[in-house]
Ligand binder design. Structure first.
Ligand SMILES: [Zn+2]
Ligand SMILES: [Zn+2]
Length: 123
């Protein structure tokens, strides 16, 4: 059974909605109260949560969207600390962020955007 360490951050609408999607039934008030109480701490969560981040024990909330050919993406699992958001809903792992930055620095963005390769459709 995988265990994750989740850092407790301040309450956000975004996360509340994510919780709700995951089946959380509390109100916004309950959600933010529990967040406030525990803020800055860390919780261990064990259970059927899927795998944790490839780089730490955080929640694997994001997959690297870097295209690796054949319509596939890198899919490295990352927590929100290790995911690098390069565009809305597009996240790259550290290694691919570096490649992306070098690619951008080399002036490759316009050509790549024209092919819509670097920005796969959000899932
Ligand atoms: Zn991580
Ligand atoms: Zn990657």
């Amino acid at each position: 059974m995988p265990c994750c360490i989740d850092k407790i951050k301040s309450p956000t609408r975004e996360e509340y909605e994510r919780w709700q999607k995951d089946g959380y039934l509390g109100t916004w008030e309950q959600y933010s109260a529990s967040k406030q109480r525990d803020q800055g701490g860390r919780v261990f969560i064990c259970g059927d949560l899927g795998d944790h981040c490839a780089d730490c024990a955080g929640f694997g909330d994001f997959l690297c969207d870097f295209p690796v050919g054949d319509g596939k993406t890198c899919d490295r699992l990352m927590c929100d600390d290790h995911a690098n958001e390069i565009a809305p809903e597009v996240h790259y792992c550290a290694a691919h962020l570096k490649m992306w930055e070098e690619f951008k620095a080399a002036g490759g963005v316009a050509a790549e955007l024209a092919n819509v390769v670097a920005f796969p459709k959000p899932r």
